[in-house]
Design a protein around this ligand. Structure first.
Ligand SMILES: Cc1cc2nc3c(=O)[nH]c(=O)nc-3n(C[C@H](O)[C@H](O)[C@H](O)COP(=O)(O)OP(=O)(O)OC[C@H]3O[C@@H](n4cnc5c(N)ncnc54)[C@H](O)[C@@H]3O)c2cc1C
Length: 395
């Protein structure tokens, strides 16, 4: 690109921006990338997990170097039943993303410790005042909330623990809904990284995004103590609030490809509406970018808009399930939907998490006696149930 500082400027070196940069470095080494991240390292401090079935076999090379732990299956636990599933499970640590970006990109392609103030399709203005010119721009700066959307929230508090004795788990517990439920759907998630290292995350599907770290911390400590695990050291901790989408106006959220630069990741609503997980979509989108014949700012914006709009359309079934989860009756019934879901065949569960449910899956998911009260479920579907929370801001 004549006279430009780079061919593509990627704003935000988190999961989505980092994967796009890695994919371009491998598949389009001719493209001069500039990844601009406000922190001094990329990726923050996160554990990102996924099911092996979330990612097409031919695409796994992109995440393979980032994987810190892998397991041949996982468990779930509910009051009515528990189950061991055979779908392999994987976790990525954000430090691996940071290290891989530094290995794969030339030093001048990484601009860390630099905050973006503003951007268009072919320029980026840094907070320090400098303006860079780019052939194209992809905005992957994440999002604290989603304007023009409604639903609920997932609140997390996770800790990587070093225990003074082996914990005894050999595979992840992806949902342990046995602990006391309270007002929200609560489950605990455990990833055994080694015999004595365990990531434990307490998760709540809730109407309000506000995190009470003290209360979450007490609940998480209670879970650990109840299992007689004694903590020698807290190695890292992770917390966050994620939007769970039940309804929205996509055109108002993103008026069109001319309204600004291309978007990626959560900023483009490229995540599963009900689980809020974005890794499978981030992989697909990064590889889709590499296949584009034209990487100009306008072409990138148009392609990202079309990609996100198609994703939004495909998500309508999951948004309906969110409306049932949050809109039907009492929050204490929420766990029953997940309990029932985990009685279904494993391939259907895999397609659900990958965001690739079929019509037959949808019918199967909705067949039988509703796990939430019938009147409430029907009211939620036609918009007359409990009002959904605005996702405008996580506060
Ligand atoms: C606690 C928690 C656990 C999660 N676990 C999973 C999981 O296991 N699996 C999964 O698939 N999803 C998970 N998610 C959901 C989702 O995948 C993550 O939130 C993911 O990080 C979103 O990717 P992203 O690239 O859109 O945003 P981010 O990863 O948040 O990246 C945005 C980046 O932009 C940078 N940035 C922001 N503003 C600026 C600026 N002005 N200038 C420069 N840089 C800027 C940020 O510092 C950040 O690095 C989890 C989320 C949370 C909060």
């Amino acid at each position: 690109m004549n006279g430009a500082d780079c061919d593509i400027a990627i704003l935000g070196g988190g999961l989505a921006g980092g994967l796009i940069a890695l994919a371009l470095a491998r598949l389009r080494p001719d493209v001069r990338v500039l990844l601009i991240e406000q922190d001094h390292r990329c990726g923050g401090e996160h554990v990102w997990s996924f099911f092996a079935s979330d990612i097409a076999a031919e695409d796994t090379w992109l995440v393979e170097p980032l994987i810190a732990a892998r397991w041949p299956g996982y468990d779930v636990r509910f009051p009515g039943h528990s189950r061991s599933l055979a779908t392999p499970y994987r976790s990525i640590l954000s430090e691996n993303l940071n290290a891989e970006l530094r290995r794969a990109l030339p030093a001048e392609a990484l601009l860390t410790g630099t905050r973006v103030a503003d951007a268009g399709q072919a320029h980026v203005t840094l907070a320090e005042g400098r303006t860079l010119r780019a052939g194209g721009v992809i905005d992957a700066r994440g999002a604290a909330g989603l304007p023009h959307m409604a639903g609920g929230w997932q609140r997390f508090l996770g800790r990587m623990l070093r225990l003074d004795r082996p914990h005894g788990l050999t595979r992840p517990i992806v949902m342990d809904a046995l602990p006391p439920q309270g007002d929200d759907y609560r489950f605990v998630y455990c990833l055994p990284f080694s015999d004595t290292e365990l990531f434990v995350e307490d998760t709540y599907y809730t109407d309000a995004p506000k995190i009470d770290v003290g209360a979450l911390s007490v609940a998480l400590d209670g879970y650990v103590a109840a299992r007689r695990w004694t903590v020698a050291e807290v190695l890292r901790s992770d917390r966050g609030v994620l939007p769970v989408i039940g309804s929205g106006d996509f055109r108002a959220f993103w008026p069109g490809p001319d309204s600004g630069p291309a978007r990626a990741g959560v900023r483009a609503a490229l995540f599963h509406p009900l689980t809020s997980y974005s890794l499978p979509d981030a992989v697909r989108f990064a590889l889709a970018i590499c296949r584009l014949p034209n990487l100009s700012g306008a072409a990138l914006a148009a392609a990202s808009y079309d990609h996100a709009r198609a994703h939004w359309r495909r998500g309508s079934f999951y948004r309906m399930l969110t409306r049932m989860l949050f809109g039907a009756g009492e929050p204490r019934y929420r766990f029953r939907m997940l309990e029932r879901f985990y009685r279904l065949p494993e391939p259907l569960i895999e397609r659900f998490y990958a965001g690739r449910s079929t019509r037959a899956d949808a019918l199967r998911l909705l067949a039988g006696r509703p796990p939430v009260p019938v009147a409430g479920a029907l009211a939620a579907l036609v918009g007359g149930g409990r009002p959904l929370a605005s996702l405008e801001s996580a506060g």
